[in-house]
Design a protein around this ligand. Structure first.
Ligand code: ADP
Length: 380
């Protein structure tokens, strides 16, 4: 049987995750066609053609489908129902819409994890602000069921009053309420599955969030081997069960007792996998394209002992490309600066990231490098 060659990939979403696919696409000889709302979105610069439309606009996705062999996602804020009409007409989505279905809504995702017997925080949903909460212990974490990202739409609340006031700020949309997990560490892993069912699992990394936003990722040898193996097994089982095609990012909590509790799975490339661009044999961006194009997967081994990825988050509202700060950071040895080319900065916005490769995987040494970067970026 001859295999259909896929060399035109449609991508729904044109942020930095799609932008970073550009280089990998070039290397693989793949053309990227992007659906994204704004002409100054990062990935417009690397797309061969752009469909300027919101990610949830399925009519625009129908146009996109005419221009490419397969459609993938850099952003999951899609209208699944509308897209399923396209899938019925033969449009190829990778991952398929059936894979996305249990994952797009944080409440449904938790139900899905529960059905697989994975350890979840206790959780329930609130739909209507007149609904009373079951008797629960605070603190709790409340999250918008859909359209939350980078901690936007996630709040830790310490009382019922605070729960309802935060919820009101979120526009009273349906929320998931979760038990607060007093984790000692947050861990993450990237996993990819190919069209033939081949699976590769990247190293388990530590992620550090502040105010619910990822600040840094440590590729460190200071993660217990048994915990890593347990997490890699969870990753493998998840993509096998889903029959997923493409790359997935999985975030987990580690408790003081050594318990691993799942936080979430993202059906796409992920911030916690940016380090793979320089630190691994195959970057998460190339791996994803290899999977969705029906190619063999690449090796996921580390090319260094350790690495640290630091997000360059906006710290003010301004229009600035921070060239001086970037040049200063770039002087650090084995440092790679990625600047997403966003024109406007605002507090918390992901403007770029930096990866530094290290001769050792010692956590404290990696943290010291991260501190150096952050001192230049944020000042004192
Ligand atoms: P987003 O999808 O916006 O990134 P997450 O659900 O990943 O939101 O939450 C962001 C961060 O909030 C997590 O990385 C973690 O630091 C914190 N968090 C989320 N859920 C919980 C929880 N149940 N218990 C403790 N902290 C949590």
């Amino acid at each position: 049987m001859t295999k259909q060659v896929i060399n035109k990939v449609g991508v729904i979403g044109g942020g930095q995750l799609a932008w970073m696919m550009g280089k990998a696409a070039n290397n693989l000889g793949v053309e990227l066609i992007i659906q994204t709302p704004k002409k100054d979105d990062p990935a417009v610069s690397i797309s061969s053609k752009t469909i300027l439309a919101p990610v949830a606009d399925a009519f625009a996705t129908a146009e996109l489908a005419d221009l490419c062999d397969v459609i993938t996602f850099e952003n999951e804020f899609v209208d699944l129902k509308a897209l399923s009409l396209l899938e019925q007409k033969g449009v190829c989505f990778r991952p398929g819409l059936g894979v996305l279905a249990p994952l797009l809504d944080k409440y449904e995702q938790r139900c899905f994890f529960q059905s697989l017997g994975l350890k979840n925080p206790d959780f329930f949903t609130l739909i209507d602000p007149d609904q009373s909460t079951p008797s629960v212990k605070y603190p709790l974490v409340i999250k918008a069921r859909r359209h939350g990202y980078d901690g936007q739409g996630t709040f830790v609340v310490y009382s019922e009053n605070e729960l309802y006031s935060c919820w009101a700020k979120m526009g009273d949309r349906p929320i998931i309420v979760e038990e607060f997990i007093p984790f000692v560490k947050e861990l993450a892993v990237m996993v990819a599955r190919s069209t033939t069912g081949e699976i590769v699992v990247y190293p388990v990394v530590e992620t550090q969030q502040e105010n619910q936003v990822c600040r840094r990722v440590l590729v460190t040898t200071d993660i217990d081997d048994k915990i890593s193996q347990e997490i890699q097994e969870i990753a493998r089982n998840l993509v096998t069960g889903l029959k997923a095609i493409g790359i997935f990012g999985i975030e987990l909590f580690l408790t003081a007792k050594g318990e691993v509790i799942i936080n979430e799975i993202a059906p796409r490339t992920h911030n916690s996998g940016h380090y793979t661009i320089e630190a691994c044999e195959t970057s998460q961006f190339s791996q994803h394209l290899q999977a969705v194009c029906g190619l063999e997967l690449g090796a996921v081994n580390l090319k260094c002992k350790g690495a640290v990825m630091v997000n360059l988050l906006g710290f003010e509202t301004s229009v600035n490309d921070y060239q001086e700060k970037r040049a200063e950071i770039a002087k650090i040895s084995d440092c790679y600066v990625h600047w997403y080319g966003k024109t406007a900065s605002r507090p918390g916005r992901k403007l770029g990231h930096v990866t530094i490769l290290s001769e050792d995987g010692n956590r404290d040494n990696l943290l010291a490098i991260a501190q150096k970067v952050e001192k230049i970026w944020y000042g004192n």
